[in-house]
Design a binder for this molecule. Sequence first.
Ligand code: HEC
Ligand code: HEC
Length: 294
Amino acid sequence: MIDKTRRNILKTGFIGAVAGSTVISGLGGLCKIKEAKADTSEHPYRYPAEGLNINDTRQLAYYSLKGIAVTGHSGCAFATFHAIISQLADAETNGEVDKYGDFLGPYSQIPTQMMEWGAGGVADYGSICGTLNGACAAIGLICTNDQAKKIITYLLNWAALSPLPTTPDYNVVNNSDIVTSIAGGNLCHMSVTNWCLAAGKASGSIERKERCARLAADVAGTVVKLLNEVLNEDVELAQTSPAEATGCIDCHSSSNSFDEGGFTMGKMDCTTCHIDLGKVGEEGHYLSLIKKPE
Ligand code: HEC
Ligand code: HEC
C-alpha cells in the first residue's frame, strides 16, 4: 500500500520538478506524466520522525537569504524554501533515507531556486511576504493539503501579529541592533512599511535587508517547529483568523449570499485597511453603497 503511494508520489513529484527545471529531464523516462495524480489522502512526502533541527534551519535561512548558502541564489522566498527542503534533500543524498525507509520524498530533485521570484512580495510587487511564500510552498510539498492549511493558518496569524525579527541565536554577518515591528498582515508591503516606520530606516537600507534576513530565519525556524509538532507529535494548532476575531466574516464570507455581505472573502484583518468600519451595528452597515448589479 505504502509502496504504491510512494510510486504515485514519485510521478507527481516529477511533474512539479519538470515545470521548475531541466535538471529532471534525464529522468523523464521514469514517469508517464498522464498517469501521475496527487494522492492527498495520505501524507504525500515523508518527514523525518525526529524532525529537523530548528537552530540549523534558522541559520540556513539567514545565510540563504544573503546568498551565502548557495552561490548565486538569494532572497527571502528562496531562503525559507531552501532552508527546509535542502535539509530533507541532504538527508536523502547522505544515505540517511535508510532511517526513513527507501524514499523520503522528491526533495533532492527540487531546484530550490524555483522560489526566487517570491522575493519582495512576488517579483517586488509587495504582495505576499516572500518568507511566507517560500515557507508555504515547502509546507505544501511535505504535508497533505489539510495539514498544510492548518500549519499555514497558524503561521500567517503568527507572522502578522508577532513582534519580529527576534534576536539572532545564530551567526549574523551584520551585528546592527534591529528594531522589531508588527507586520499587521501578510503582505510584504505591510511588513516592510511598518518596520521602516518603526525603525526610521529606508526600505533600501542595509538594516531593512538585515531585518528581512532575520525574519526569514524566524519564519523557517517556526515552520520547522510547527512541522515537528504537527507531523510528529499530533499537536493541534490554534486556527482563529484575524477576520474571525473582528467578526467581519460573520457576514463577509463565501458562505453568505451577496446581499448578506458575501460579495467578498478573506481571512486577513479587514480593519487594517478598512479603518473607518470599526463600528458595525448588528444589522451591518447597510449604507447601501454596494448593490448587486441588475
Ligand atoms: C490589505 C488591505 C485590505 C484588507 C486586509 C482588506 N481589504 Fe477590502 N479592500 C481593499 C482594497 C484596496 C479595496 C479596493 C478599494 C477600491 O477599489 O476602491 C477593497 C475593497 C473592499 C470592498 C468593496 C468596497 C467598496 O467600497 O467598493 C469590500 C466590501 C471589502 N474590501 C471588504 C473587506 C473585508 C470584509 C475584509 C476582511 C475579510 C477586507 N476587505 C480586507 C483592501 C483591503
Ligand atoms: C451583520 C453583517 C455585517 C458585518 C458584521 C460586517 N458587514 Fe460589511 N457589509 C455588510 C453588508 C450587507 C454590506 C453591503 C451593503 C452596504 O453596502 O451597506 C456591507 C458593506 C461593506 C463594505 C462596503 C460598503 C462600505 O460601507 O464601505 C465594506 C468595506 C465592509 N462592509 C467592510 C466590513 C468590515 C471591515 C467589517 C468588520 C469590521 C464588516 N464589514 C462587518 C454586512 C456586514
